[in-house]
Design a protein around this ligand. Structure first.
Ligand code: CA
Length: 479
């Protein structure tokens, strides 16, 4: 009986989590064929300057964006700060994400077929529910002047990013703007900032989606109130986005309900602009993490294991919750900073050895801006970043280990949609796929990056006749 119960329980668990016993991701039937499976990698340039590099799950070093594309990521998100530098020209950290950084990231993403979501904070550093400080240059502007500045900055930045070769598909006018935007906190006036940003996006490219971004969907009535406020002020936008961090943002059922209400009432698309989940509760850079043992890890909606499998399950569950918004109005999701790993692994170190490595890491965070904040941010944000600056607080939520090697969970972005090996993407693994791989090997056929990811059927990092053979053997039940 005990054994039967255990088997039943595991079957129920597998059904609940959407995973088969082999750990393979169960696919989602997406209502929106272009469902966004995105990732924010805003800190990548400063990480690379500091010496970080990335590898696929077989350990082969390669361009981060190529690795992401082959694993099914189809959209990249990047934040833009107006001027994240102090008076001496030193970066505030957090990737020193200015317009030029966004342009470079956008160009590299486009080289691998991925679109770009440009996330304007309209601030010189982090904008979130606790901080919506105006950029230094806008501090003394009136509301009308600020609207003009927002419009001009948005338009000129987008032109720069596009000119670099990026494929801008969506623009976020503000980031987690619950308490205001660009220093405007009056609910009667701050929608004008959204409108100014939106006007710029429409002028830039009429095909580009305009997104607004709020957070704390657990406060469902407040979220709905924001949507009503924007409607009352006739703010012109397409996508209502929210963050979803399961340690603080309630259940996914609630998220779907909030999104459904907003899409049905105002006709908007909905989207998760940020989510993430730990693959471990350990730390790898010597700077404490947002979620660690006993800190956030025991929250009621942290439903999945702290393992790569658990991380993949969370991503699948968030996609599913967005997909459950009716009429294809669930546009997609972005994973937040899935590549923000360490520059000097502190795993297993303690005492003096840990202190010494932490000192080395601190010097790198200061020099390259690859921690969440540097001491140079004190001029702009003396009470928070200027005091608590340091490394990455989400290195345990990345899709890469401390050496930059992709975790097995990364392929969830591909596996929710496609069958591994199904290179012709007709939904079935057949001999035609094996044939297509053979034709690719002799250069009779070309594959895009996603197809290249699907073609590596035996997962050895190389596409060769072994993959075609493995598919054929699998089809006749030999494998
Ligand atoms: Ca850390």
């Amino acid at each position: 009986m005990k054994k039967v119960c255990a088997v039943l329980l595991s079957v129920i668990l597998v059904l609940c989590l959407g995973f088969t016993a082999e750990g393979k991701t169960e696919k989602i039937k997406f209502n929106n064929p272009d469902f966004i499976r995105g990732m924010d990698v805003s800190s990548v340039l400063s990480l690379e300057k500091a010496g970080v590099s990335f590898a696929d799950k077989n350990g082969n070093r390669n361009e981060l964006f190529r690795i992401l594309a082959r694993n099914g990521v189809n959209y990249i998100r990047v934040r833009v700060w107006n001027d994240p530098y102090n008076s001496a020209g030193n970066g505030y950290g957090g990737g020193n994400c200015d317009v030029n950084a966004a342009a470079t990231i956008g160009r590299r993403a486009a080289q691998y077929g991925m679109k770009l979501l440009v996330d304007f904070h309209y601030s010189d550093f982090w904008a979130d529910p606790a901080a919506q400080k105006a950029p230094k240059a806008w501090a003394q502007l009136t509301l009308a002047q600020k609207c003009t500045a927002v419009k001009e900055f948005t338009l000129s930045s987008l032109k720069t990013i596009k000119a670099a070769g990026a494929d801008v598909g969506m623009v976020q006018v503000g980031n987690e703007t619950n308490s205001g935007i660009a220093g405007e906190s009056n609910y009667d006036t701050f929608p004008q900032i959204f409108s100014a940003g939106s006007e710029a996006v429409r002028e830039f490219d009429s095909n580009c989606l305009v997104a607004v971004h709020f957070t704390n969907p657990n406060n469902a009535d407040t979220m709905k109130w924001y949507a009503k406020l924007l409607d009352e002020h006739k703010v012109d936008y397409d996508v209502f986005a929210s963050s979803y961090y399961p340690n603080i943002h309630g259940s996914l059922e609630n998220l779907t309900e909030v999104f459904t209400h907003i899409s049905k009432t105002y006709g908007k698309y909905t989207m998760v602009a940020e989510t993430s989940y730990p693959y471990t509760l350990g730390d790898t850079d010597g700077f404490g993490n947002l979620i660690s043992e006993g800190s956030g890890s025991d929250a009621p909606d942290m439903l999945w294991d702290y393992s790569p499998d658990g991380q993949a399950e969370e991503v699948r569950a968030v996609m599913n919750a967005v997909n459950n918004v009716p009429d294809g109005k669930g546009l997609g999701m972005f994973y937040w900073e899935g590549a923000w790993i360490t520059v000097g692994d502190t795993t297993g170190l303690s005492g003096n050895a840990l202190t010494e490595q932490w000192k080395k890491n601190s010097a790198v965070w200061e020099k390259y801006g690859c921690g969440w904040a540097s001491s140079y941010s004190a001029e702009y944000d003396p009470d928070n970043a200027g005091k608590w600056y340091g490394g990455s607080s989400v290195d345990n939520q990345a899709f890469f280990d401390a050496q930059g090697k992709a975790l097995p969970s990364l392929s969830v972005f591909r596996d929710v949609f496609y069958t591994h090996g199904d290179v012709d993407r007709d939904g079935e693994l057949t001999v035609a796929d094996a044939t297509a791989i053979q034709r690719y090997i002799v250069a009779l056929e070309s594959f895009d990056n996603l197809q290249l990811g699907l073609a590596d059927f035996n997962d050895d990092g190389v596409i060769d006749v072994m993959d075609a053979t493995a598919i054929q053997r699998f089809l006749v039940g030999l494998q």
